[in-house]
Design a protein around this ligand. Structure first.
Ligand code: MG
Length: 240
């Protein structure tokens, strides 16, 4: 069975719907468009060290997809037994963002630009769906993906009440593109992001670009799990 047939069959089994022609392709950012997760993890760890918060650099891979505020709350509850205040969040996320920015711009994920070109050449609209609020990387999108993500088609940390793994970010992306769940393809690399996509009812492609065990994204609700964005481009070429 081809990847396309497998994907459509799994989607039908999971949702009871048949996927229609795609009207939207919803892209996560970190780990899908940019190889930015190692830098994010290092920045989080350093910020924690500076603020007396015990943490392990690798644990931040597990929080990928969460908003910064949500991650800071997890750290505060564990270290200090209370939630972070608005001021704590602003200060710590500001510092983490500063440290990340100082590391320089992350590389593109191989295959990401091909995926966007395929979408732009099709009738479907691309939309960004990220938990990030990292301005240094958001500002770079237009240069790396010209015409793909105008401001109206960017869902970031500030556009949602309940971030990933809740379905809200991907549902907002569908609103912005005028697509129904059964007309939307969602692409994410993290278990929490895949869970969010899957719960939104989109056709969910998990791409294992980070240090995850095989099957982790299928377990989180993906309709298919791929190993790279290059593989994703081949699949999109058949779907669009
Ligand atoms: Mg990601």
């Amino acid at each position: 069975m081809s990847n396309k047939e497998l994907l459509l069959q799994n989607y039908r089994k999971r949702t009871g719907n048949s996927f229609e022609k795609a009207k939207a392709v919803l892209f996560d950012m970190d780990g899908i468009l940019y190889d930015s997760m190692p830098g994010h993890c290092r920045a989080w760890k350093q910020m924690c060290d500076e603020n007396g918060i015990e943490a392990d650099a690798d644990e931040f891979f597990a929080y990928e997809g969460r908003t910064g505020a949500s991650t800071i709350n997890i750290l505060y509850l564990r270290q200090f037994g209370r939630e972070a205040t608005e001021d704590d969040i602003k200060r710590l996320y500001g510092r983490k963002s500063e440290l990340f920015k100082a590391m320089g711009l992350p590389a593109l994920i191989p295959g990401a630009q091909e995926c966007l070109r395929l979408v732009l050449d099709s009738e479907a609209l691309p939309c960004l769906v990220t938990g990030s609020g990292q301005l240094s990387i958001l500002e770079r999108l237009e240069k790396d993906f010209p015409g793909a993500f105008p401001s109206g088609r960017r869902i970031t940390a500030k556009d949602v009440v309940h971030g990933k793994p809740a379905p809200e970010p991907f549902l907002r992306g569908m609103e912005r593109t005028g697509a129904q769940p059964y007309q939307s393809i969602a692409i994410d690399n993290a278990p929490l992001g895949v869970e969010s996509a899957s719960r939104s009812g989109a056709l969910t492609i998990g791409v294992r670009t980070g240090p995850l065990p095989e099957g982790a994204l299928l377990a989180a609700g993906a309709d298919i799990e791929l190993k790279s964005m290059l593989e994703c481009a081949i699949l999109l070429a058949e779907l669009l």
